[in-house]
Write a protein that binds this ligand. Structure first.
Ligand code: SF4
Length: 388
């Protein structure tokens, strides 16, 4: 990858042609075509090659003249390079990628009977240091570009194509906080849903967040059909701050106001993610507090058994999770229990980290950067635990 940040996208026009999309998806390649004096239709041909033939290299872009292909091929692989693949007994696959600047990142493919889901990363590492999350323990390395986000999907499509399967859903729930890299995420969504390209339905896309209010509102304005998942994990501020230091900056009431605004703009059901930690947040009084917080809203709670990886936690027992679900149901709050996937290859929720990869990521970035729409970043909390 070029390492170049994707162009800010707050004011993308309603319709974009393939040439525009190439320019925002791969500005480096678009600029290279300009430098090579390639006519405008070559931009369109290359964009179509990249998005319609996942896994194909530049040299295989047979609609382009050989000299152009050779010039592009000299730039190396198209974006991300798959460095390793791990397959779980349950049909989950974890892919380890190297970007062109050497940073390592992971994404996960979950195969289901009818369709498959790919869980993509939006950052390398994460600045938010949730205490149960291996990615958070890495620290923040850098944002991914739109092309690096899309290319995780391209790689999944290429892999599944060999099995005569296809990607059905894309969830932005891998490494990083998507709403802290929202410019790139919005461009990636634009490319993924482009009818002339990959043509994913907007409702097949889900963005997960710890609750960045300005980002939630902007996502609702720009992509109202994309699903929103809120990582809540606790319904009172004291406990949530203990689990997720970002809660100091954005306490629960602020976050709930933002998701209510999201609903007003989108009329979309909210998904609330709730990690079940034995003896920490899984008792009936916690379910009661959660129900009180959520009652009356259009949402589903996903109860997620904790996956070993980071933090001194234990998973809640199946009986505790069932009782928690029952308590929510009695209070009129719909809840499902999510089956853990990819545990044996450390691909489950909260387990992604490139610490065991062949090659190392650079040191974490030393400071947070201001993001559009936020006056200031949540303070980077001091690490409270060793890496999981
Ligand atoms: S759970 Fe998400 S936001 Fe929290 S540290 Fe992990 S990647 Fe970052």
């Amino acid at each position: 990858m070029s390492g170049r940040p994707s162009r800010p996208s707050p004011e993308l026009p309603a319709t974009l042609n393939a040439r525009d999309l190439l320019a925002i998806y791969r500005p480096d390649i678009s600029e290279e075509l300009v430098r090579l004096n390639a006519p405008p239709y070559r931009h369109t041909q290359l964009y179509e090659h990249l998005v319609r033939r996942p896994g194909a290299t530049f040299i295989e872009a047979s609609s382009l003249p050989l000299n152009l292909r050779e010039a592009l091929a000299a730039r190396g692989h198209t974006t991300l390079e798959v460095r390793a693949r791990q397959d779980s007994a349950d049909g989950t696959t974890k892919l380890l990628f190297a970007a062109r600047d050497g940073v390592l990142l992971e994404s996960v493919i979950m195969r289901y009977a009818r369709r498959s889901t790919v869980c993509v990363s939006t950052q390398v590492g994460c600045s938010l240091a949730c205490t149960f999350c291996s990615t958070g323990a890495m620290g923040f390395i850098r944002d991914l570009t739109a092309a690096e986000i899309v290319d995780q999907v391209r790689a999944a499509m290429a892999l599944l194509e060999t099995e005569e399967k296809r990607v059905g859903n894309i969830v932005f729930m891998g490494m990083g906080e998507p709403l802290l890299n929202l410019d790139a995420v919005l461009v990636a969504i634009r490319v993924l849903k482009d009818p002339a390209g990959m043509d994913f339905a907007q409702r097949a896309l889900s963005v997960s967040t710890v609750g960045i209010p300005a980002g939630i509102r902007r996502l609702a304005r720009v992509e109202p059909q994309v699903n929103l998942a809120l990582s809540l994990h606790a319904a009172d501020d004291t406990l949530r701050t203990r689990l997720m230091p970002v809660n100091r900056r954005f306490p629960i009431a602020q976050v709930m106001r933002a998701v209510d605004d999201h609903f007003v703009l989108t009329h979309r059901k909210l998904f609330v993610e709730y990690l079940m930690l034995a003896g920490v947040n899984d008792q009936l009084r916690h379910a009661h507090t959660l129900a009180t917080l959520l009652q009356g809203r259009v949402l589903t709670v996903n109860l997620i058994p904790w996956n070993p990886g980071c933090g001194d936690y234990r998973p809640s027992s199946p009986a505790a999770i069932a009782a928690f679900q029952q308590q929510l149901a009695e209070r009129g709050v719909e809840a499902t229990i999510r089956a853990g996937r990819g545990l044996d290859i450390a691909a489950a929720c909260g387990q992604l980290a490139t610490r065991t990869a062949p090659g190392r990521n650079p040191k974490p970035a030393s400071r947070d950067r201001a993001r559009p729409g936020e006056r200031r970043q949540p303070q980077r909390p001091k690490p409270t635990r060793r890496r999981g």
